[in-house]
Write a protein that binds this ligand. Structure first.
Ligand SMILES: C[S@@+](CC[C@H](N)C(=O)[O-])C[C@H]1O[C@@H](n2cnc3c(N)ncnc32)[C@H](O)[C@@H]1O
Length: 217
């Protein structure tokens, strides 16, 4: 029935499809409907585990583009309050099931990362594992502003993305692109960009990545 509001009728949930969705002609949710997606490794990214073990997460935590929630669940298991947001309802359902099964309290919500201000909440720490690199240059300013709207003054954004190494994944990002997106003019200061790895289901030792620590002004 037209206008019934099902995913089949309205695959993008009324959102403007992202560049990745326009390229693949599929909503993000489709990535989760036929077994684990390439990035869905069933455990947190080692970079997040390392920073969390160093006490790098403080205050309320937001996981932007949380997928099936492994990173959010890991940080929450350390006793922090965590909200994971994603546009893929199937991923969120899997994340909520993990939360129940493991007895780890995490809030998972269907929220567009371009509209985070609608949350009406702010966070001391935000993480982005593999979301920024899916956005093209035209989308980045809106996403960066959306992140800024919910990150507390002096709060920290940890961003893990594919690097521009030739052996990296499908969305290579240069350090310069990170610095263009996050700078004092957009409300941020890049504190560090370190070479790292993103683990995937298809790389034995992960793909070359940047791990950026970015402070909200
Ligand atoms: C490469 S996956 C990474 C997922 C997760 N962070 C992980 O490490 O497994 C990117 C995620 O961002 C989500 N995403 C894409 N565009 C989004 C948007 N505009 N708002 C919220 N989530 C989005 C996708 O549905 C997908 O789950």
């Amino acid at each position: 029935m037209k206008g019934s509001g099902t995913i089949a009728d309205n695959p993008f949930g009324g959102r403007h499809p992202t560049s990745h969705e326009r390229l693949t002609r599929l909503p993000w949710d489709a990535s989760y409907q036929d077994g684990p997606a390439p990035w869905d490794i069933g455990q947190p990214q080692p970079a997040i585990v390392r920073v969390a073990s160093e006490g790098g997460f403080t205050g309320a935590v937001l996981d932007a583009g949380c997928g099936t929630g492994e990173n959010a669940l890991h940080v929450a298991s350390l006793g922090l309050s965590v909200l994971g947001v994603d546009v893929a309802e199937t991923a969120l359902a899997i994340a909520r099931q993990k939360s129940d099964d493991r007895g780890i309290e995490v809030e998972f919500a269907a929220v567009d990362a371009f509209q985070l201000e609608r949350l009406g909440r702010t966070f001391g720490t935000v993480m982005d594992c593999g979301l920024f690199h899916t956005f093209d240059g035209d989308e980045r300013p809106g996403y960066v502003a959306s992140l800024a709207s919910v990150t507390e003054h002096d709060g920290t954004l940890y961003l893990l993305c594919f690097s521009d190494d030739p052996d990296t994944g499908p969305h290579p990002i240069t350090q310069e692109e990170l610095r263009v997106a996050f700078n004092p003019g957009t409300g941020w200061n890049v504190a560090a960009i370190e070479p790292d790895r993103i683990q995937t289901r298809y790389h034995d030792n992960g793909a070359p990545a940047w791990f950026a620590t970015i402070k909200r002004l």
